[in-house]
Design a protein around this ligand. Structure first.
Ligand SMILES: Cc1cc2nc3c(=O)[nH]c(=O)nc-3n(C[C@H](O)[C@H](O)[C@H](O)COP(=O)(O)OP(=O)(O)OC[C@H]3O[C@@H](n4cnc5c(N)ncnc54)[C@H](O)[C@@H]3O)c2cc1C
Length: 419
């Protein structure tokens, strides 16, 4: 019987363990090592006064592997309300709605910027470079103003980082490959008791060792040692910089594991009395808008079934590359920033009835230009160790599930079948 170890019970580790059980059944034993006393990693949902609050991911984006997994686990997706499609960009101190109709492309300032970008893009030649920054890619297609407005808001929302810090090839692979301006459309969803239902359901039936931090990993010819215990293969899903600390000085992967990260602060606020917030999903700030704020998600518009005893619920996101130090500020300072942002952009003067601060220190990887070479080095060698997770390939929950699926169905298969 083959033995596989998995490092980390976040969504990547849980999905990998699930796929291994599904594919190999009793011919493989799979042990998940988790440093904390719970499964889910950044996924965490809490209930308060009948409402569901997310401390990590707020929404899941539909994708092939994630949708199939949700179905297999018999989970019922709770889709975001239809009218939550409207999105805003905060620039020059005010919110501007992204156009939702052909007419708005002509009649609104943002719409005209998009039309200009579309025209410029149709004359744009393809680059011969094997990678470039998100800023370089979009500036050629939309001009500086279009990139600073739309793309810096987008990268703030997904990576909490600036377009100049990110690799186009690694951060937006679908757009990079097709060289178009469009992201594939996908529905946003959650579950009746929050995103944590996914990690909870996945962890049932898996062999997880909680409070079991791994502090040493060493590959031998016939095994890989995890805290001195031999396994046939190890799947690491922890941040690459953390894996680096576990490997011996001589390990060939060491030069490739220093992936930069950024920290953000997510503050959940809720009001019992209804606040007059705009329709829609929420807003993102451009890179020059506000020194600290990344954006605000209108949670009560997205999933009204989660509102419980509150009328208005918001997620206020600060930090990232705008100010990574914010994650180390006091609660009092962060609460003051939150109230100020709610007043400035949403005209909310009321005191929140519920507030929760999450400090996501080094939580989001920033894949720099040329990151793909690191992945080639890590994936190219035939080893008894596989490295995946949000630290390396895609930060969304959907990306994590896809990586786990591909690892189990493509890489591990070969490893187990080899003599
Ligand atoms: C505030 C916030 C909001 C987000 N919003 C969204 C969103 O709306 N939609 C979306 O799709 N994504 C979102 N994300 C991103 C997404 O949640 C993460 O990228 C994803 O959950 C990461 O999963 P993972 O399994 O790769 O890593 P993690 O969740 O970090 O799991 C790694 C696990 O490994 C364990 N571990 C670490 N070191 C060791 C060790 N030495 N030994 C044993 N165990 C160890 C940790 O305790 C942890 O449980 C958000 C992230 C944050 C922080």
């Amino acid at each position: 019987m083959k033995k596989i170890a998995i490092l980390g019970a976040g969504i990547t580790g849980l999905a990998a363990a699930y796929f291994i059980q599904k594919r190999f059944g009793n011919s493989v034993t799979c042990t998940v090592f988790e440093a904390s006393d719970r499964a889910g990693g950044w996924i965490k949902s809490i209930e308060h006064n009948g409402a569901i609050f997310e401390l990590g991911p707020r929404t899941l984006r539909s994708s092939k592997e994630l949708d199939a997994l949700v179905k297999e686990l018999n989970l019922e997706p709770l889709f975001a309300a239809h009218d939550a499609k409207k999105r805003y960009i905060a620039t020059e101190g005010a919110l501007h709605a992204l156009p939702t109709s052909a007419l708005e492309l002509i009649t609104t300032k943002l719409g005209r910027k998009i039309l200009f970008a579309l025209m410029k893009n149709s004359f744009c030649s393809k680059t011969a470079a094997d990678d470039e920054s998100v800023e370089q890619f979009f500036e050629r297609r939309m001009g500086k103003s279009g990139c600073d407005t739309f793309i810096s808001a987008l990268t703030n929302g997904i990576y909490a980082a600036l377009p100049e810090e990110l690799s186009m090839r690694s951060c937006f692979p679908a757009i990079w490959e097709k060289r178009t301006l469009f992201m594939p459309a996908a529905r946003s969803f959650n579950f009746s008791r929050g995103v944590e239902m996914l990690s909870e359901r996945l962890s049932q039936g898996l062999s997880i060792r909680y409070n079991s931090a791994v502090d040493r990993v060493e590959e031998r010819i016939d095994s890989v040692l995890v805290n001195s215990e031999p396994f046939d293969h190890l799947i690491s899903t922890i941040q690459p910089s953390k894996l680096l600390r576990l490997l011996p000085e001589s390990d060939p992967w060491r030069p490739f594991l220093s992936v930069p990260t950024t920290s953000l602060v997510a503050i959940t606020v809720a009001y019992k009395a209804s606040q007059a917030i705009p329709d829609g999903f929420g807003f993102l700030c451009t890179k020059s808008e506000d020194a600290n704020l990344l954006g605000i998600v209108f949670d009560s518009n997205l999933f009204p079934k989660h509102n419980g005893g509150y009328e208005t619920r918001l997620s206020v996101m600060f930090g990232g590359s705008k100010n990574p130090e914010l994650a180390h500020y006091s609660d009092a300072a962060l609460v003051a920033f939150t109230k100020e942002a709610c007043k400035k952009y949403l005209n909310i003067h009321a005191e929140p009835d519920f507030l929760h601060v999450t400090r996501a220190v080094d939580a989001i990887s920033r894949y720099p230009v040329g990151h793909y070479k690191r992945l080639e080095a890590l994936r190219g060698n035939k080893r008894r160790i596989s490295a995946l997770g949000s630290g390396l390939t895609g930060v969304s929950v959907g990306d994590c599930v896809t990586q786990a699926y591909e690892c189990v169905y493509k890489k591990i298969d070969e490893t187990l079948m080899s003599p």
